[in-house]
Design a protein around this ligand. Structure first.
Ligand SMILES: *Cc1c(COP(=O)(O)O)cnc(C)c1O
Length: 387
């Protein structure tokens, strides 16, 4: 062994930490450079070979661990991680469209998808058309020979309509189009995307998987190898990757996700039912409530509901009343995102973003967090009092 100078020893120490360590907690492995045994292995490396490591952007054991757990969780072929949920959404479109193509998105879609449609996708000469989230098999009428992808989000952001994924998937597949679902609401726990016909399942891991309001991350899980390869190819071409430290936080969140979801499900159901009894409330939009749009489909396809829902106030309560309601709340914060530790409340101007929104009263969306439900209910009473 050569004798080393102190500066060299800091990088190439004589005494390595012993191997054989096992704990319940996954390690955090960071890298830009990945070292190879010999030149032959270096020459024959491939970013698509997930049994080896090639460079920080293509993954470390920490990121592969999360990818594998997510793929197993949803029953897909493999998963690719992205630095935010929105990045994952964008990369579910980009590998599959070329100039002249057509894609369909639901009218109630997570709003930044419309911005993507009017921005990058438009510049790529991809036509994005909206469909009624309750259209079901009727979507066939909007599918064209150049339709490459049908985007599904169920229940939809804010207005919570539940779409008929199997019917939409059947119509899309009959025309050779792929079906991608934003499965963030169910976290893959209450909706089996691939069994119901999706080819691609997208998650904002920011929400329930991370669960602690401290990071943003997204994932795309593909049902089969060919679809995964196209997503992975686009991710490799553009250097999409996530920091192992953030990935570790998602790995830490995952084991408690079912417990957190079951808790917020119970509390949210209670609060949503109580909302229905309030004289100020015209309509509660929560998929587990009879009368909520697509409730029958929810009963057929979902095994539960999670912690985000909306309610519409009676006609006399407009935007100002909604602001008074929200600002009177102590525990519900004002801010985007959901699925984390704290309860949140926001109001949305749907007359602006939706073509056919029939209600005059304001809509308020709540995210139920992990606070004690008695405090949350008392808080909402304060909101009603402020109306
Ligand atoms: C939050 C969210 C996203 C985007 O996730 P970010 O990590 O915040 O970028 C995508 N889809 C839905 C339905 C979401 O709620």
């Amino acid at each position: 062994m050569t004798t080393k100078q102190p500066a060299t020893l800091l990088i190439h120490p004589e005494r390595a930490a012993p191997g054989g360590f096992r704990s319940l907690v996954p390690g955090t492995e960071r890298a830009s450079t990945v070292l190879f045994e010999n030149i032959d292995k270096w020459k024959n490396r491939s970013g698509f070979d997930e049994s080896i490591y090639t460079y920080g952007t293509s993954g470390t054991p920490t990121t592969r661990d999360l990818q594998n757990r997510l793929a197993e969780w949803e029953g897909g072929f493999a998963t690719v991680l992205f630095p935010s949920g929105l990045a994952a959404v964008a990369y579910a479109f980009l590998p599959f469209v070329a100039p002249g193509d057509h894609v369909l998105i639901p009218a109630n879609v997570y709003d930044p998808v419309k911005t993507l449609a009017n921005g990058l996708l438009k510049r790529m000469d991809v036509t994005v058309e909206q469909y009624d989230p309750l259209v079901g098999a009727g979507i066939a009428a909007q599918i064209k020979p150049n339709t490459r992808l049908v985007w599904v989000e169920t229940p939809g952001s804010i207005t919570m309509e539940v779409s008929d994924l199997p019917a939409i998937a059947a119509a899309a597949h009959a025309a050779g189009a792929l079906v991608a679902i934003d499965n963030t609401y169910s976290a893959g726990w209450y909706l089996r995307a691939f069994e119901l016909g999706a080819d691609i399942s997208v998650h904002a891991l920011t929400k329930y998987p991370a669960g602690h309001s401290d990071l943003v991350m997204g994932s795309i899980t593909a049902k089969d190898e060919a679809t995964w390869k196209r997503v992975k190819d686009m991710a490799l071409q553009t250097g999409q990757c996530c920091a192992p430290d953030d990935v570790y936080l998602v790995l830490r969140g995952l084991p408690t996700m079912p417990l957190r979801i079951r808790h917020v499900e119970r509390v949210t159901n209670e609060i949503a039912q109580w909302m229905q009894t309030r004289p100020e409330v015209k309509l509660v939009l929560h998929p587990a409530l009879p009368g909520s749009p697509g409730h029958e489909i929810w009963k057929r396809d979902f095994t539960g509901s999670t912690g985000v829902f909306s309610f519409v106030l009676h006609d006399q309560y407009g935007a100002d009343a909604a602001a008074r309601f929200i600002e009177a709340l102590e525990f519900f914060g004002i801010g985007a995102s959901w699925g984390g530790i704290g309860s949140l409340a926001l109001t949305y101007d749907l007359a602006k973003s939706r073509t056919h929104w029939p209600h005059k009263g304001a809509l308020i969306r709540l995210n139920i967090g992990l606070e004690d439900e008695r405090d949350l209910k008392a808080d909402l009473e304060r909101g009603f009092a402020a109306l």
